[in-house]
Design a protein around this ligand. Structure first.
Ligand SMILES: C[S@@+](CC[C@H](N)C(=O)[O-])C[C@H]1O[C@@H](n2cnc3c(N)ncnc32)[C@H](O)[C@@H]1O
Length: 266
């Protein structure tokens, strides 16, 4: 476990050392944030929370991320990230949130249940060992108060592009270029549902998210200024791919699986 943790940390350190500027693609960040926020708003409606946790701070370090929305529905928001640089950068950009360096597999800072909302978008799909997925889901379930909600997304391995990409990026020397960081183990939506249930939570909703060819549009987004007429056109085109979620092929086109689960009342 320690060697795996060290391996993963080295991979993330390489990403940080390479500079995070390359990830700050405004149009792409706006698109990702918007997609997640629409799903969260749809699933959570007008609910309000006492204390929320976000399980990585990458989105908040390179863009607006989900922090403003989470703060708007929560009295208090905390966020953690394995990499101190990312946690610090997110804290600089979002002084209203409490940030810390921590590993989502060992939430020692929270000995007792204390969150009624946890947002975990694509954090748990970066482990080298699949068993860490259950470990981290167990930790997240542990720190949820009864009645609290977990929103979790994972890369969808049923999408052939994700599947091929993950095979390439599991070789460290190839985690560069179009695949800028290390991709870990992930599981299909039904397996994620089973794992969430095994962690003691009740699944309320599940779906697929982000149906465009991600790597293509991520890089194409660099060519358009967010908010410009052409940027708005590009944003419309990217969002229109979500119509694919209505087709029977959605498990093949969705880049992410998403699950909303609730910790049963005590
Ligand atoms: C590149 S990102 C992608 C996540 C982002 N939320 C998204 O949807 O694109 C992965 C982030 O998770 C962090 N991370 C990786 N392993 C982690 C762990 N075990 N605990 C907490 N954060 C972790 C990394 O430092 C990085 O900031």
């Amino acid at each position: 476990m320690k060697d795996q943790g060290d391996f993963e940390e080295r991979q993330w350190q390489k990403m940080v050392d390479g500079g995070l500027a390359d990830f700050s693609i405004p149009l792409w960040r706006d698109f990702c944030d918007g997609l997640h926020l629409r799903l969260l708003n749809n699933w959570l409606g007008g609910r309000r929370f006492e204390a929320s946790l976000k399980t990585d701070l990458f989105d908040e370090a390179v863009g607006v991320g989900l922090a403003n929305w989470i703060c708007s529905v929560s009295v208090r928001m905390e966020g953690l990230d394995l990499m101190p640089t990312i946690a610090k950068r997110a804290a600089d950009r979002h002084p209203g949130i409490i940030t810390r360096q921590a590993d989502v597999r060992f939430l020692k800072a929270y000995p007792t249940p204390c969150f009624d909302l946890i947002v975990s978008n694509s954090t748990l799909d970066h482990f080298k060992d699949e068993s860490d997925l259950s470990v981290s889901l167990g930790e997240l379930a542990r720190v949820l108060v009864p009645g609290g909600l977990l929103f979790v997304t994972l890369d969808n391995p049923q999408n052939p592009i994700v599947s091929i990409r993950n095979r390439r990026s599991s070789v460290p020397s190839k985690s560069t270029g179009l695949i800028p960081y290390f991709m870990g183990c992930t599981v299909p939506r039904l397996e994620l549902i089973r794992m969430v249930q095994d962690a003691g939570l009740t699944v309320e909703r599940s779906d697929y998210l982000m149906h465009l060819p991600r790597v293509l549009f991520l890089h194409a987004s660099r060519l358009f200024a967010a908010g410009s007429p052409s940027g708005r056109g590009m944003m419309g085109l990217m969002n229109s791919f979500e119509l694919l979620n209505k087709l029977p092929t959605r498990s093949r086109t969705g880049h992410y699986s998403a699950v909303l689960a609730r910790k049963p009342d005590a």
